[in-house]
Each structure stands twice: as C-alpha cells, then as structure tokens.
Design a protein around this ligand. Structure first.
Ligand SMILES: Nc1nc2c(ncn2[C@@H]2O[C@H](COP(=O)(O)OP(=O)(O)OP(=O)(O)O)[C@@H](O)[C@H]2O)c(=O)[nH]1
Length: 329
C-alpha cells in the first residue's frame, strides 16, 4: 500500500519575528501529532535546537549557513533522514528557515527533487511578520520574498503594536502579497487548526510570482553587510555585569544588532537562562535545567550589520566571573 505523503509546513519570517515561538506553540497545542522539525540557523553556534521543545529524535538542526544557499543539500538529507527513521512515525514536518532565508530556493529544493516529491507534499508556507519591526525591513529583498511567498501571514507581536499602525501595516503587506490569508497574533498564538491541516500551497500561484522557480539556479544574494558571530564560555556569567553590558550595547548599537540570542549560565544557577533581543527589544527568562553530567557552556550569537566580532566577543567574555586563582601556600 502506498504511504500517504507527509505534509510539510515551511515557516519563514525575518530575524526575531516569532518563528520558533510559533513552532513551540504548535508543538504544545498538537501533542497528539508526531511532528518532525527541521530548523535552520544562520549563526554557526546552534541555539534554536535548544529552544524548540520537540522530541529530540524528531528534530534536526542545520547550521553554519543559510538553508537557501550552501546548506540546501543538508535540507534534503535532513528530510530524508527523518523520513527514514523507523522509531518515530511522523505525521507531519515543520521546516523553520533562518530569518535571512529566501523561501524561493527552499521551496524549489522540495519541488525539484523527484524522490522527495513521492514522500512529502508542501501543505503551506507561513510567514511570521514582526508587527513592530516590519517597517525597518520592508524594503529588504529577502523580507519581501518571505512575505510574497506565504499563503498565510501571521502578523505577530500585536501586544507591542500601536493600534493606529495596524491599517498601514496591513496595507504594506497586502501590497506585497494580496492573496495570502492574514491573521494577528501575540506570541504566535494562532489556532493550530489554522496553521496545519489545511492545504493552501499552490504551485500555480507561486509560478505567477516567480515564473522561473522550477528551472532557475538559485541566484539571490544575501545582504553582504549582515554577518554573524558567536561566543562560548564554560565560565559562569555574572548577572549584574551581563545586564550592564547588554543594556549599554543595545543602547549604542541596537539599530545594527538585528538579533542576539543566547543560552546562559549565571553563577551556580541550576537552570539555563535564555536571552533574546531583536533590535532594542530584549527578553530573558529561565530555561530548562542544565542536564546532569554535561559541561555547562554559555552560548551567544550576534547577527547584525557592521559587527565588530572581536569587540562583541570580548564584551561578552568580560561578564564571565573570574575564577579565583588558587592560593599559593
Ligand atoms: N512582546 C512579544 N514578544 C514576542 C512575541 N513573539 C515572539 N516574541 C519574542 O521575540 C523574540 C524572538 O522570538 P523567536 O520566536 O525566537 O523569533 P524567530 O523568528 O524564531 O527568531 P530567529 O529564528 O532568530 O530569526 C523572543 O524573545 C520571543 O519571546 C510577541 O507576540 N510579543
């Protein structure tokens, strides 16, 4: 008997829009469903895999590049690896692209692989739009493509948006993508039945936007002024030093610092601390407990324009507590 093709939802949206929040929301709403997750991060140090609350056997992280460029073969391998697993019978697959990914080549990867096409079907392309920061990026080619290729637009962070700005925001989005269904959300809390289970993806509509999608070689360029760097330390951080440093950094460079995120070890805390920033907006909260028998390592990623990697790394490391030198007898 032929196995039903696995429905795939591609989740796009600019840096920090709320994609991982949406994935976690969906996973917690649909515990009855075996959902595989492939997550692609731009930075070389993985953070998102740690933040997603999926069964660890059903999640694959693709790092060190953008899914739409160098790591497209990794995407195919990732999907095939999940499909080949015999210990979990997946009901569906979510693919969270990096915030800098152009969705066209990602979709092309799926639509052009004959073997994959017999196993999976694209159900929907969801773009999470950051209601607060969208205006900053609306002229960016990647951000526009993410919006244009979506069949569902989730306008997220409504809690932070001045209600008088909603109409013009929706107008901007409709100008780029008049056909997509639109839904508002806070913390990406969209009814699960709207996010999955409804086949919305239409190749015909996509070809209207990008007629050469199936033939073209991927030719889009990333904004060369955007880069990322990361830093790690096994030395616990001092919370007061970190707070002072991060606030000063955001005040000085928040416009250029598109995204920062980290998993942090403060002092002897048994729990991890998660840190996020999107431009000037910062959020931190306790995360899961550090696993026993592992080295507790803080990890921090910066993505932005004109980054001075060395200065950022040094600033972060200066927040690490100095371990007292052994006393000399
Ligand atoms: N106030 C507010 N914050 C939100 C909302 N949705 C997400 N956030 C916060 O925004 C930050 C980024 O959210 P993520 O879900 O990690 O965003 P992302 O799109 O996965 O980020 P990248 O993958 O790094 O591009 C986190 O601090 C979230 O808690 C929202 O509706 N309101």
């Amino acid at each position: 008997m032929m196995r039903k093709r696995l429905p795939v939802t591609v989740i796009t949206g600019f840096l920090g829009a709320g994609k991982t929040t949406l994935v976690n929301h969906l996973l917690s709403e649909r515990r009855d469903c075996a959902i595989g997750v492939i997550v692609n991060e731009y930075g070389e140090v993985g953070i998102d895999g740690e933040l997603i609350v999926a069964d660890e056997n059903a999640i694959i992280e693709i790092r060190n590049g953008c899914i739409c460029c160098t790591v497209r073969t990794d995407l195919i391998h990732g999907v095939k690896a999940l499909l080949a697993r015999t210990d979990i019978a997946l009901d569906r697959l979510l693919i969270e692209t990096s915030g800098l990914a152009d969705p066209a080549p990602v979709l092309q990867t799926f639509l052009a692989d004959a073997e994959l096409l017999t196993q999976v079907e694209l159900e929907s392309v969801i773009c999470v739009a950051d209601a607060v920061n969208l205006a900053r990026h609306i002229d960016d080619d990647t951000a526009r493509e993410q919006i244009a290729f979506a069949d569902l637009l989730v306008i997220n962070k409504m809690d932070l948006l001045d209600p008088s700005a909603i109409a013009s925001l929706e107008r901007d989005l409709r100008r780029i993508n008049p056909g997509a269904r639109t839904v508002h959300s806070t913390y990406s809390r969209v009814p699960a039945d709207l996010l999955i289970g409804t086949p919305r993806f239409s190749l015909a509509s996509l070809l209207e936007i990008e007629p050469g999608l199936l033939e073209d070689e991927h030719d889009h360029e990333h904004d060369q002024s955007v880069s990322s760097c990361a830093v790690e330390t096994e030395q616990p951080l001092d919370a007061a030093l970190f707070n002072r440093w991060i606030h000063q950094l955001v005040q000085r460079q928040g416009e250029d610092l598109l995204r920062m995120k980290g998993i942090l070890q403060f002092g002897k805390e048994a729990r991890q601390f998660q840190f996020h920033s999107v431009h000037m907006l910062m959020e931190s909260r306790p995360g899961k407990r550090w696993p026993a028998d592992t080295v507790r390592k803080s990890r921090f990623v910066f993505i932005g324009r004109h980054l001075d990697a060395q200065a950022l790394q040094q600033g972060f490391l200066a927040c690490a507590q100095q371990v007292a030198a052994p006393a000399i007898a």
